[in-house]
Write a protein that binds this ligand. Structure first.
Ligand code: OAD
Length: 253
């Protein structure tokens, strides 16, 4: 594996780091075959979020919204974690404190073996009743009804347990993510365009609180200039290289 050039000052900060946050977006799952939202071939290139990912869209066209998420659920279920997910998972337990904060709903971090995960935008692995909040596995709900959202015993409609535009992020999850960003020594932003708030604001929170910011993204983002280390490469290549570098810095007492 090719060694990465880093300054002695950055190496020292990595060596002393105790708390790492891996902040991920759709790009981390690109090499698992899942489309991103923005950019070439992105899900929002040919579709409008307000027609598929808002409570208003679900109220107007529940069947269309349900079918789209059923399709995404099947895509995610058929996908496998890639070397980036696996490297992040392997880091847990080898570092004093390491946590994944993800905007993704595909469940791939958990399937890769990560255990400390904050899912800011919910999960596609579960369905929830839009009226009473009852939850059940999405696979079971989709198997019951692939073309229209099944009904809950309360009479409400099941929907994916994701956060839609116009909805609040789960407050406890956001509060925990905020606190982790503030306490992080190392904040690694991977595969996110950094344009959707409040999630993207965590990068600023971590930077302002003094974390060393690392960015993994083939394309520049609004936060690239804040990064002390930047990997303009696909995550599956860059993340294992980054983690090897961190291990190397930390083994130099
Ligand atoms: P985006 O689609 O906005 O951005 C994906 C980022 O991944 C882009 O900056 C790409 O350059 C980068 N990328 C592409 N391939 C990559 C690879 N192999 N390795 C690393 N990076 C790669 O996705 P998010 O930032 O996750 O929200 O989008 C944020 C939110 O907007 C999503 O959670 C979703 C979406 O609308 C909701 O649905 C509420």
């Amino acid at each position: 594996m090719e060694a990465i050039e880093i300054s002695p000052e950055v190496a020292e900060r990595i060596r002393r780091a105790r708390r790492a946050v891996f902040f991920t977006g759709a790009g981390v799952s690109r090499e698992s075959g899942l489309a991103t939202f923005r950019g070439d071939g992105g899900l929002w290139e040919s579709r409008r979020p307000e027609e598929l990912a808002t409570p208003q869209a679900f109220a107007r066209h529940p069947d269309t919204v349900w079918r789209w998420y059923a399709w995404r659920f099947h895509q995610a279920a058929a996908a496998e974690p890639n070397p980036a997910h696996l490297a992040i998972a392997s880091f847990e337990g080898r570092f004093p404190s390491s946590l994944v904060v993800t905007q993704n709903v595909d469940g791939l971090h958990r399937r890769a073996g990560s255990q400390r995960i904050l899912e800011l935008h919910g999960t596609l692995v579960e369905a929830t009743c839009h009226s009473c909040g009852r939850r059940r596995p999405m696979g079971e709900a989709v198997a019951q009804s692939a073309d229209a959202p099944p009904r809950c015993p309360c009479g409400g409609l099941f929907r994916p347990a994701v956060v839609w535009f116009g909805e609040a992020l789960p407050p406890a999850v956001l509060a925990d993510a905020h606190e982790e960003a503030q306490r992080a020594d190392l904040f690694v932003s991977i595969g996110t365009s950094g344009v959707v708030y409040p999630a993207a604001g965590l990068i600023e929170v971590a930077h302002r609180a003094g974390a060393l910011l690392v960015e993994v993204n083939p394309e520049p983002t609004p936060f690239s200039s804040l990064a002390a280390l930047r990997f303009a490469e696909p995550a599956g290549l860059a993340v294992p290289r980054l983690l090897e570098t961190i291990e190397r810095c930390r083994s130099q007492a």
